[in-house]
Design a protein. Sequence first.
Length: 431
Amino acid sequence: MSTLDDLLAACVAAPDDDAPRLVWADAIGGERGELVVIQCDLARGGLTATEAATRRQRQRELLATHGAAWSGLATLAKHCVFRRGFVETAQLAVETFLARADEIVDVAPLLESLTAVGLESFIDHDEGGRQTGADALPVLAQLFASPWYPRLRALDIWEAKLVVFPDRESAYPHGYGDEVADLIATTGALAGKRAFGIRGSELGARGVQKLVAAGALVTCEALRLYESTLATTELLAMIGQASRLAILEIGPDLELAAFAGLPPTIVELRLGQHATDELLAALAASPMAPNLERLELGRGSISARTDVFAAFPRLRSLGLTDVSIGPWNAPPISRSDFARTLAAHLPGLRELRGPWMPSPERALDLVDALGPQLELLDLRGSRHVIGHRDELRARVAGEVLVGESIHPMRLLHVPRRTAASWWEQGDVTLD
């Protein structure tokens, strides 16, 4: 075994520790080592806005040039994420993982989170009724029995379902969500796992009952639940079992009264439901509000009084893509007052994504107030501000991103305390 192999083994043995990674980075040197140092710096924090912006820009350059090659997964995975210098998260077809696990672990030894895809099968009666694609339940059973599966600490299951095409005009999907839950409960597949997600598989009340009865979610610190079939009752049952929950992503709408039942341990929240004043008020009144550090809301409109934001004193990252915010039909002085009081109520805010800007004047009002404290302002998708990039940059302490809207692939990851950007985390598209 070479010295580099020994150093890499030390990284694998202590995945939460930066020190072995930095030793490996020093040994390998060059741009590959540079990426490790940059990402560890960003995760550790303590940088000025300019220093952080410079490192993020260099991270993007390195990954755009070398990310696919460095991942070793270019012919195997669809997406991956480098964190602290190494691939920690990947989107893979389960059958590929099973067939080539040795190779995958060899090139990505710190891989710890799997977004499991390729779980759809199809019956097309125009093609003789033959079933094609992966049979989700047997494939997942093989995954859970794989000798490599215990290495994973996070699992996100996407679209475990059968789609039937009875004719050229129709398609009838049948999700295996409840059956997947039964399999997880029976096999103990989530024992010791720190993060779990499921989407597009039609998980319902019966499956949730199985998971909760088996105590399957007890160790989960992150939940990613994008199932339109889940009602508020089922969502709360799953959330309630994860007593150490720090990260929560929910696709379906939660009843507003349910936010009062969300635990104060949550520091990162992503919601798919439309942003409204009523939703913001419910969040502000919830037990998690004083501890929330990252919040992202879906499209909508917020025009509430700025004092509502005072309920989030630790908020560092705010995502409001396609959300309009503030009294934009009011006179300029009212808009400026809104922006200034918003900044006063969010002294810890360092990243802002969105909101939707109907004019450059609205954007300049906002950055005049918030710009000095922001490390990253992402206004991609607001076409009205593209020609005002230099004016915006002159008002913002850190980095300003404008241009076409970008919706990065979000993959489930193992929760860790990090100062790295919520939206610039080392994503690489491979397929």
